[in-house]
Design a protein around this ligand. Structure first.
Ligand SMILES: Nc1ncnc2c1ncn2[C@@H]1O[C@H](COP(=O)(O)OP(=O)(O)OP(=O)(O)O)[C@@H](O)[C@H]1O
Length: 862
């Protein structure tokens, strides 16, 4: 029975899609009459030519008035006869394309049926995949089509599922605004060899911005299903698009940028044999690639405009093979990339050839291409095994560069297992290619995060392209993909590589444009750059503290006390910015014995004194000592004398010079350890103390009539009840309860159980509920600040873990690029999720700071 369907399809040259038809439920020729044009893409029919053929076939079946519900046995025989004559007509059916095209265009389905049915409506159960996270079930054909299974001709149709993007893994929505980085995908047609192998086309491009990969999978019960992966890019080109189409949407804007004096780079990336060289160089005859098309436009522009009569065009062409540079225009002379004093990279010895026409350029390039390193890959018999870099320079009469453009034909990525005869050389080549592509990715990632350091030196490729990335540059990435089902994994890897790297970068760049204030940008970046050293961390904290100081009323004083312990040399400081002349609150510190080297405080008649009750007190962040060094210090009345005195005593105990506020720097880990000790001591040894302190503070709050005082005290209570281990504690809740009576807190405080950071899940921030309101309360800001600190520790752990996992991956030389990148991406994704959720949590905090900084008076009005 199904043989007839195959014959029908073969008659119109669509037999390569037979598997797709049957997997979509079209098992018999009669079922074809149910198809509408909307169904075609789901069956892998994408080109106009194929659409026209299928359309003709469907019409022919309809004309025969066969119904799918009828007994199909005679139908098939009848149809077979019809097709026998059709087959004998052979080419006439193929040649009727023009007529069919017009018929297709005029074909309108008055009631187009939805071709996608949600999983809830389907009773067709396939165990396994539907329960998977991020996968939703789709039905590629209408419900009535599904009835075809009742004919008993075949088992139930293959279900289709769609991969849903995770929350922070948005595949990159197409953005309409012009941008510096463009990402495009180009799908090539099936090659003759692939067609001969009866490979089916698993890639469809339903729109100019979307590409779908239909991955064929088996469920746990071995039932087949199709997983649809949907990606969005700036442009998606399919097999119908010519090099000219690709050029107009990719390199043309770069050429314009170059003609205006800018730097531009166009990459072609993809699996071996995916069409990179075809895109860049073109295929003779008469199918010029981007190189030639760009130079054509450059010369057209130069001849048309009289503004730059003296501009000359120079080209250089070299390759990077196994980490070495070779000049393709100078008998493969070895080249060296060197940095000058301005950190600009120059390639010494590189030959630049002047060209004055497109033909002369093509001559130069064909000369260079002959000497380019080629080999035989598992897919491509003429595979380029090196990165080829063509540089086009515009130079003025003084030989100064007035515009530069790079075309980079990257070496094809290939898994080691794909290599047919993996000798040592090809293994080394593969490893080198993968490593340089990874380095490229790392650089982009660093640029993406606006990191101060971008690892350009990780590979020759990134080192050479350094100038192309920095400054006023424009970049376009063309990800080339193969459509065959045998290359599905590679295709997905290529799309993920391009997608993750570039779209994310652009999205962030553009989201940063939305941030109006410069300060907010800086603060945001600070939170993104969490992976700094201890010193960097302190610097960040200092900046936040300074930001906080800005909106504290000017009459307030700020000083800190140090309580060094002879045993542990701990230094802790409290920014007592809330001290005011009206309600003087002084705090002094004593050196404590044992691990409880905390500030002993108690309140006596509006003062918090330490002498009366020597009780442990968990101090606020130990890092504040450094930031307070830069903050203006004012002392009031007797507090000043007392503080100086205490400081002197403390220093004496330490054996240091009196008056020197600096304390020995310790690692963040030590700080945390001590702070945790402190916290444990507070919780276990003398849990009453916090309550006592809070009660005293409460007394002050209720005594104070000044609203500012009350707010400041609220902050201090938060500081006082800070939990070093987790950022939240019961005392904090208590503090909230105390102060909420004074109207200082409006949000709910949550307690998280104390847990060792190593035992915590990797991205706990994802789980935490953000209860922080953007009300702009200083106390809330402080609360978030302490939260930020606890997240810091976890992020560091995460970072170390990722680093370790990454190193382990590095140590597996036989691992193919696709697998390598995939596994690395899994690691990075875990980390990204962690960072993402932390950032989400900190967002309101940042907003609050900014709003208060922009309008300092708001804090007092609240
Ligand atoms: N868009 C296209 N249209 C028609 N044929 C194409 C297209 N793209 C690629 N091809 C053909 O596919 C084959 C492989 O293409 P190409 O050599 O450009 O791949 P590649 O990505 O450069 O491979 P490698 O990285 O191994 O050098 C060539 O025969 C080429 O003519």
């Amino acid at each position: 029975m199904t043989f007839c369907l195959y014959e029908c399809l073969r008659a119109v040259g669509l037999q390569q899609h037979y598997a797709r038809f049957t997997s979509a439920g079209v098992c018999r020729a009669a079922h074809l009459s149910e198809l509408t044009i909307e169904d075609y893409p789901h069956l892998g029919i994408c080109t106009m030519e194929e659409r026209a053929r299928l359309f003709d076939l469907v019409q022919m079946i309809k004309r025969n008035k066969f119904k799918p519900d009828a007994d199909n046995l005679p139908f098939d025989h009848h149809l077979e006869e019809s097709f026998n004559s059709a087959i004998t007509r052979g080419t006439s059916m193929h040649n009727s394309d023009n007529i069919l095209l017009s018929r297709c265009a005029s074909f309108q389905n008055p009631n187009p049926r939805s071709t996608i049915v949600s999983s809830e409506t389907s009773t067709n159960k396939t165990p396994g995949p539907q329960n998977r996270k991020g996968i939703s079930r789709k039905q590629s054909l209408p419900p009535d089509m599904k009835r075809t299974t009742s004919f008993g001709c075949m088992a139930k149709p293959t279900p289709v599922f769609e991969v849903k993007a995770a929350a922070n893994y948005n595949y990159g929505l197409p953005l309409k605004v012009p941008h510096r980085i463009t990402v495009c995908v180009r799908k090539r047609p099936l090659t003759r060899v692939e067609s001969r192998r009866k490979e089916s086309d698993v890639v469809t491009a339903p729109s100019g911005e979307c590409v779908i990969v239909h991955e064929s999978k088996d469920a746990v019960d071995l039932s087949p299903y199709i997983l649809e992966h949907r990606f969005y890019f700036d442009h998606v080109f399919d097999e119908r698009n010519s090099n000219e189409d690709v050029y107009q949407n990719t390199a043309y804007p770069l050429v314009q940028h170059m003609l205006n004096g800018g730097n531009a780079t166009c990459f072609a990336y993809g699996q071996t044999g995916a069409g990179k060289t075809h895109t860049m160089l073109g295929s003779p005859p008469g199918r010029p690639g981007l190189y030639a098309l760009a130079v054509r436009d450059i010369f057209t522009h130069l001849s048309a405009t009289r503004t730059h009569p003296s501009l000359q065009v120079f080209v250089s062409f070299f390759e990077i093979y196994c980490g070495q540079l070779y000049d393709l225009l100078d008998h493969r002379k070895r080249l060296f990339a060197r940095e000058d004093g301005q950190k600009m990279v120059h390639i010494s010895g590189l030959r630049h050839v002047r060209v004055d026409s497109v033909n002369s350029l093509l001559e130069v390039i064909s000369h260079g291409t002959k000497t380019r390193t080629q080999g035989m890959s598992g897919v491509n018999p003429c595979s380029s095994r090196s990165h080829a870099l063509l540089q086009i320079q515009l130079r003025n009469s003084n030989q100064q560069i007035a515009g530069r453009m790079w075309f980079v034909d990257l070496a094809g990525s290939e898994r080691a297992s794909d290599t047919k005869e993996p000798d040592k050389q090809s293994r080394m080549e593969g490893a080198e290619i993968n490593q340089s592509l990874l380095a490229l990715k790392e650089c982009i990632r660093a640029l993406d995060r606006d990191q101060s350091h971008t690892p350009f030196r990780q590979s020759k490729l990134t080192q050479v392209l350094k100038n192309a990335f920095i400054g006023d540059s424009m970049t376009c990435m063309i990800a080339n993909i193969s459509p065959g089902h045998g290359a599905t994994e590679h295709t997905l890897n290529t799309l993920r590589y391009a997608d993750r790297k570039w779209i994310e970068l652009r999205r962030r760049v553009e989201s940063s444009r939305d941030i109006n204030s410069k300060e907010e940008k800086e603060l945001k970046r600070d939170f993104q750059d969490f992976d700094g050293s201890s010193e960097e961390r302190k610097m960040h904290l200092r900046r936040y503290h300074e930001a906080l100081q800005k909106f504290i009323p000017s009459t307030s004083s700020s000083f800190h006390l140090e309580t060094p312990s002879p045993q542990t040399s701990i230094s802790s400081s409290i920014p007592l910015s809330f001290l005011r002349h009206s309600s003087s609150l002084s705090v002094s510190a004593n050196g404590c014995s044992g691990p409880e080297e905390y500030l002993d405080t108690d309140a006596v008649g509006g003062e918090v004194r330490t002498e009366a009750n020597r009780r442990p007190f968990p101090l606020t962040t130990g890092e504040f000592h450094s930031l307070n060094e830069s903050a203006p210090v004012q002392h009031y009345n007797h507090s000043e004398t007392r503080c100086e005195q205490v400081r002197g005593e403390s220093q004496k105990k330490l054996g240091g010079a009196t008056g020197d506020k600096r304390v020995p720097k310790r690692s963040a880990g030590t700080d945390i350890q001590h702070r945790r000790l402190a916290w444990d001591a507070t919780q276990q040894k003398d849990p009453v103390n916090v309550t006592t302190i809070l009660t005293n503070l409460k007394a002050q709050v209720s005594d104070s009539n000044d609203s500012e005082d009350r707010k400041a005290l609220g902050v201090e209570i938060h500081n006082a009840s800070y939990s070093p281990a987790d950022g939240m504690c019961s005392a904090k809740q208590e503090a909230a309860a105390v102060v909420s009576g004074c109207g200082l807190f409006s949000h709910t405080l949550e307690s998280t159980p104390q847990q060792d950071p190593a035992e915590r899940p990797l991205s706990p921030a994802c789980e935490q509920t953000n209860t922080f309101s953007t009300s702009g309360k200083l106390s809330d800001v402080c609360l978030e600040f302490s939260n930020a600190e606890s997240h810091w520790e976890q992020l560091k752990e995460m970072d170390a873990l990722c680093h370790k996992e990454g190193l382990l991956l590095h140590q597996q030389p036989d691992m193919g690029f696709g697998e390598y990148v995939h596994r690395l991406e899994e690691i990075m994704e875990k980390k990204a999720q962690c960072v993402h959720s932390m950032r989400a949590q900190l967002q309101p905090y940042l907003k609050t700071i900014i709003s208060i900084m922009n309008n300092p008076s708001s804090i007092s009005s609240r």
